[in-house]
Design a protein around this ligand. Structure first.
Ligand code: SAM
Ligand code: SF4
Length: 329
């Protein structure tokens, strides 16, 4: 499906819960709010109805996110059903990794195509400081087991000045002996992220250049996203940069985002969304086919409303007020 700037939109992020088993301070700090009651969230059946309509509109790739998607009961089974929908080419997951080890066999059986695991630090005390929980060892185990299973793995690290920005090299070194991508995501001024000054990837790339010789841009396609990658001689994996603040990648944006309460967001920066919940819960007045038509129309409407670019660089223009945990990243 093309939007009005002729971008091809084929990728949808599905947030399946607003709950999380961590409290990352830039996303969902302790004491943030009460969680939404379960009936307020889209059921798996409703999510699959939306996914089916999205496929008809031209979406072929889905990323399952949260909150923390693996805290929702039977997330693995949902992933299997999503993957089995006709026309779905790829289903991947973004997770904090805490439950990965135990869910890995079921995720593999469900046909998962890749996992993105968030890891901001390799220091156990800092991990607790950033996420609120002393769970680094569990995450590391989930990463090692995912790599060993052969699933494509990407690690996502958000650096904060004076907190974990000194760890860029240690994090990157994980890709030396493992076939995974280590990606540095610039902190975005969404929700609590506004409180934490971003470490800019341009600056980071300069540090890489000074520390490693023979760096090369890696032109291969690594996934669906806006990351650019470098290769370091001797490394099995690659290093990626997602520069939301400085490297404006909106011209190549291919995505829309569905929140766990059924709001379809054309752009992360703005509060505008198309509400799919009324279509799904209209008291049964429309049949399955009519509901599917209405969902597809609404998805196309959201894509038609996709703005040309975000303006994270002008804080006053950001109209999204939700925290990242409610959007899914
Ligand atoms: N709980 C899962 C996880 O942590 O991967 C999925 C949801 S989480 C919101 C998705 C990603 O968004 C994580 O990698 C997290 O670090 C990132 N994130 C959260 N708030 C952010 C912000 N303000 N700027 C940039 N990335 C952010
Ligand atoms: Fe939870 Fe992921 Fe947000 Fe951390 S970044 S609080 S793990 S949703």
């Amino acid at each position: 499906m093309r939007d009005r700037y002729n971008r091809s939109i084929n990728y949808m992020r599905l947030s399946i819960t607003d709950r999380c088993n961590l409290r990352c301070r830039y996303c969902m700090p302790e004491g943030l709010r009460d969680k939404l009651p379960m009936p307020a969230l889209l059921s798996y059946e409703e999510l699959l109805e939306i996914a089916a309509a999205a496929v008809r509109a031209g979406i072929t790739r889905f990323k399952v996110t949260g909150g923390e998607p693996l805290v929702r009961l039977h997330a693995e089974a949902f992933i299997g059903r999503l993957k089995a929908l006709p026309g779905v080419e790829q289903v991947t997951l973004t997770t904090n990794g805490l439950l990965l080890s135990e869910k890995l066999p079921a995720l593999r059986a469900a046909g998962i195509d890749g996992v993105n695991i968030s890891l901001d630090t390799l220091d156990a005390e800092k991990y607790r400081e950033i996420t609120g929980y002393a769970e680094l060892a569990r995450v590391l185990r989930g990463i090692e087991e995912s790599v060993a299973s052969g699933i494509p793995v990407k690690l996502n690290a958000v650096l904060q000045r004076g907190v974990n920005d000194g760890e860029w090299r240690a994090l990157a070194e994980l890709a030396r002996t493992r076939p995974l991508d280590v990606r540095f995501i610039e902190m975005m001024p969404i929700g609590y992220g506004r409180k934490f000054p971003a470490v800019y990837n341009e600056e980071l790339l300069q540090r890489f250049r000074e520390s490693y010789s023979g760096l090369e841009w890696d032109e291969r396609t690594h996934g669906n996203g806006p990351a650019v990658y470098i290769r370091i001689p001797g490394f099995q994996g690659t290093i990626g940069f997602i520069s939301a603040m400085h490297g404006k990648f909106c011209g190549a944006c291919n995505r829309i985002r569905l929140t766990s309460v059924g709001k379809l967001k054309p752009c992360l920066c703005y509060g505008e969304s198309v509400d799919l919940m009324p279509i799904l819960r209209d008291g049964g007045s429309s049949g399955d086919i009519e509901r599917q038509r209405r969902l597809e129309r609404a998805i196309r409407e959201a894509v038609a409303g996709k703005p040309e670019a975000h303006h994270f660089e002008h804080i006053s223009e950001i109209t999204e007020e939700k925290e990242m945990v409610r959007i899914g990243g």
